[in-house]
Design a protein around this ligand. Sequence first.
Ligand SMILES: [Ca+2]
Length: 235
Amino acid sequence: MTSLTDWRLWVVATPMLLVATGAAQPALAQCDNVPLLTITDSVCDVDAPCEITIVLDTAQANVASVAATIGDGSVLACTGNCSTGEAAANGSCTLNAANCRFIVVDLAPPLEAFGNGDVAHAEVVCSERGLHLIDLRDVSFGNTQGLPVDGCSAPGVIQCGEDPCSTAVCGAPITMATPPKSSDALFTLRSAVGSEACLACSCDVDDDGQIAASDALRVLRAAVGLGETLSCPAA
Ligand SMILES: [Ca+2]
């Protein structure tokens, strides 16, 4: 039998799920078995040059060029400094400081396909303290024949400034209140679907190494006074 409290929880949780998933990334199934370009999670000082790493998973495709724009210009600027990583050692990297668009390409015959791993190290400057989800926008891939290759990108988390875990409250990424509020649960849910950036010390409230919808539900249960115990990993 469902208790009144369970029903209240469901009524609150359902619109939260709709809100959170409505802002999610395009269907991931489209990105199965195609090259994927990502930014590794990075920690940067405010207003100081900082190197971020661009990583390629080729999905066994022939990829000899990658290009993308780092972020939307709101948080990060680019210095123009870029170098290739081990997975694109035969290529060269160019980064446009004006718009943060980079290209890594092998232009020296014989053209060789890139491997899996670091393809570029790009220098950026973050101006806004906090955690930021940074996209790789307008991504494109090409092969050794110069022909386009279908592929995808995924964002990375850039921490700008000091470690927020030093002051974080487990389960309360927004309000830092104990017990947390429903807004903390919503933020946790949005981070679970990739719409927000949250650290494990704030949002992995069952300490299982992942931020999932189940973490958001635990936060919500704590917020409505169901005595949920929240336990995040140490920073
Ligand atoms: Ca978890």
